[in-house]
Design a protein around this ligand. Structure first.
Ligand SMILES: NC(=O)c1ccc[n+]([C@@H]2O[C@H](COP(=O)([O-])OP(=O)(O)OC[C@H]3O[C@@H](n4cnc5c(N)ncnc54)[C@H](OP(=O)(O)O)[C@@H]3O)[C@@H](O)[C@H]2O)c1
Length: 328
């Protein structure tokens, strides 16, 4: 029996790469996003791998639409095994230039969209006592950066949400896992369609990874019992750095990350996808592919941390044994 997987934000970027990752491993995939062109293209990719696809146009900010989509998936594909909360909307702007309506919209999609998805999945998984829910997070769930206050706040909120719900699941001795994946910068179409109140074209800060690296991490997280999977050294640096030198990072980012996130002059009338999807199939990749990393040694080490710890312990024992033998 094929695994039944729901991916939100399945039409483009990391969601699209995640759809491919699950489909190539034989899953049936329900695709939730708004734009029909990207949804149909993603469905064709699932079918090309021999799986069943179910494209459901959904705005994740609307709880009723998410709940209806979950019901349709279970009716047409069967019990949901994995739910990946990935959809997002953002805005690059100084805080005071974001209108209350824009700020609420980013929060409704990027934070509440994942809450709605978790609710719809958990309601169905809890009685069966099995299933996996993935929250797609970011290094920015730990470390806020300038020009992205609404997005960083939404990702921080998800971290607190996960702590609470995970503790409830453990208290209930539930077999359902809720895991969060903290991603580094990724080469996706987002930089071309996020809303922007800045003069330059939005661009990522620091090194970027290809979306396939993120998709692999999401697949791994969905099949683990872990709380968190951090992808890439830059994400780990942000997580640890914020704990140790948060105040210094405020000053460092003030110097580097305002101009650093703004590229060539922005085209007048540039469209964005904050309230409505853009037409066309935008695929998984953005325009920062040159130099984008295709592998994460840190993710590899995280995936193999059991054998690595055992090898390190064995190495330590051998060294200690050798030292003891020399003393004698
Ligand atoms: N790219 C990065 O640098 C990066 C770094 C760290 C974390 N992440 C995380 O990775 C996830 C995906 O990011 P991405 O870069 O792949 O984004 P993206 O390229 O902008 O793709 C966003 C996806 O979400 C969908 N979407 C947007 N608004 C929606 C709504 N209201 N309802 C349903 N679907 C909606 C979009 O499709 P439609 O427009 O067709 O609905 C699209 O499929 C996000 O959670 C993001 O926070 C990304």
């Amino acid at each position: 029996m094929a695994q039944v997987v729901v991916v939100t934000g399945a039409s483009a970027g990391i969601g699209r790469a995640t759809v491919r990752e699950f489909a190539r491993r034989g899953a049936w995939v329900a695709l939730l996003a708004r734009g029909p062109d990207g949804l149909q293209a993603a469905a064709r990719e699932v079918e090309a791998h021999g799986g069943r696809a179910l494209a459901i146009p959904t705005d994740v900010a609307d709880e009723a639409q998410v709940e209806a989509a979950a019901a349709q998936v279970e009716a047409e594909l069967g019990p949901i095994d994995v739910w990946v909360n990935n959809a997002f909307a953002g805005i690059f702007s100084p805080f005071l230039e974001i209108t209350p309506e824009e700020y609420r919209r980013v929060t409704d999609v990027t934070y509440m969209g994942q809450v709605h998805g978790t609710r719809a999945a958990l309601k169905r998984m809890l009685p069966r006592d099995r299933g996996s829910i993935v929250l797609v997070g970011s290094a920015l769930a730990y470390r806020g950066i300038p020009l992205q206050s609404a997005y960083c706040a939404a990702k921080h909120a998800l971290q607190g949400f996960q702590d609470s719900v995970r503790a409830e699941l453990i208290h209930a001795k539930s077999g359902v896992n809720l895991v969060m994946v903290q991603l580094p910068g990724v080469n996706t179409p987002q930089f071309d369609w996020v809303r922007a109140h800045i003069d330059g074209q939005p661009q990522p800060v620091g090194p970027v990874y290809q979306p396939e690296v993120a998709a692999e991490a999401i697949w791994f997280a969905a099949h683990s019992k872990r709380k968190e999977v951090v992808v890439g050294a830059p994400a780990m640096q942000a997580v640890v750095g914020d704990k140790l030198i948060s105040g210094w990072l405020d000053r460092y980012l003030a110097k580097t990350a305002v101009e650093g996130q703004s590229g060539e002059p922005i085209a007048p009338g540039r469209p964005d996808n904050l309230f409505e999807p853009l037409p066309g199939d935008h695929g998984a990749h953005g325009r920062f592919g040159a130099g984008a990393r295709t592998r994460s040694p840190m993710l590899w080490a995280s995936r193999h941390r059991g054998p690595l710890a055992a090898a390190a312990a064995l190495g330590g024992l051998l060294l200690a044994g050798g030292a003891l033998a020399r003393r004698r």
